[in-house]
Design a protein around this ligand. Structure first.
Ligand SMILES: NC(=O)c1ccc[n+]([C@@H]2O[C@H](COP(=O)([O-])OP(=O)(O)OC[C@H]3O[C@@H](n4cnc5c(N)ncnc54)[C@H](OP(=O)(O)O)[C@@H]3O)[C@@H](O)[C@H]2O)c1
Length: 221
């Protein structure tokens, strides 16, 4: 069984979570507080390798009371450095990667205290996320998983029907180009025949006056 999985993201009105040149200052203070509260209510927070490389996030709880969750990185090609901030400090830290790597490749992560989950790659060379999430629950008792992007990881989770809920804050600006909240990998897949999923709005609230936070449950056809 996989964890209950929700995406938290802050996007522009045109659905981008970062601009073409990497601009990603989309949140406001209240949105950050909400993000940290949701982290504190989760067993683990997960990001993709692209987000670790772009933002070097810590993924800890700092703006609200509460315990920091386990921190998880999906990195099939070992592009994230073992000294990245997400791998530092106390608490459980997990690298999800491919079964193609041997003990020597993984040694720098293990020496940094990082646990490793290995899952097979699919025909596109991407780690099998369903198996990885099931392992995360079975091996580390992760029942509630918060996903903080980026767009490629979000897309893959939605396309594989692994997302139960999406929480998105709309930031009052447009970027025109850049990474979409659900960013399809380039030239890796056939065109989608229709919507990936249908969203049911279950809650919403304004934040910082001019931002809007929306909560959706996900339905798959
Ligand atoms: N506004 C926000 O809320 C927000 C939040 C987070 C990030 N961001 C922004 O988003 C951007 C990063 O997004 P991104 O799409 O480039 O990167 P990403 O989704 O963080 O990471 C994608 C990478 O993860 C690895 N991966 C391994 N297995 C995968 C799988 N099964 N499915 C998908 N990915 C898998 C792949 O790298 P390998 O092929 O090397 O394995 C892939 O390129 C940054 O600019 C960041 O600032 C914004």
């Amino acid at each position: 069984m996989k964890p209950y999985t929700f995406i938290f993201s802050t996007m522009s009105v045109d659905g981008r979570i970062a601009g073409e040149t990497g601009f990603s200052r989309l949140s406001c203070h209240e949105d950050f507080v909400l993000q940290h509260r949701l982290r504190a209510q989760s067993d683990a927070v997960m990001v993709g390798a692209g987000t670790v490389l772009a933002d070097n996030p810590r993924l800890t709880v700092r703006l609200t009371p509460g315990k920091s969750p386990a921190r998880v990185v999906v990195d099939g090609r070992l592009r994230s450095r073992p000294d990245s901030r997400v791998y530092q400090g106390p608490g459980l830290r997990v690298l999800i990667t491919s079964t193609r790597w041997g003990p020597e490749d993984l040694k720098p992560y293990r020496e940094a205290g990082v646990e490793v989950i290995q899952a097979p790659e699919d025909s596109r060379g991407l780690v099998d996320l369903r198996l990885a999430l099931e392992d995360l629950r079975e091996s580390y008792n992760v029942r509630r998983l918060m996903v903080e992007g980026g767009g490629r990881l979000n897309y893959e989770l939605l396309a594989r029907r692994l997302v139960d809920e999406v929480r998105v804050t709309i930031s009052p600006l447009a970027l025109g180009s850049g990474t979409s909240i659900f960013q399809k990998p380039e030239a890796r897949m056939e065109p989608s025949p229709g919507p990936l999923a249908r969203f049911i709005l279950v809650d919403y609230k304004p934040v910082c006056g001019n931002w809007l936070h929306l909560v959706y449950k996900i339905l798959y056809d």
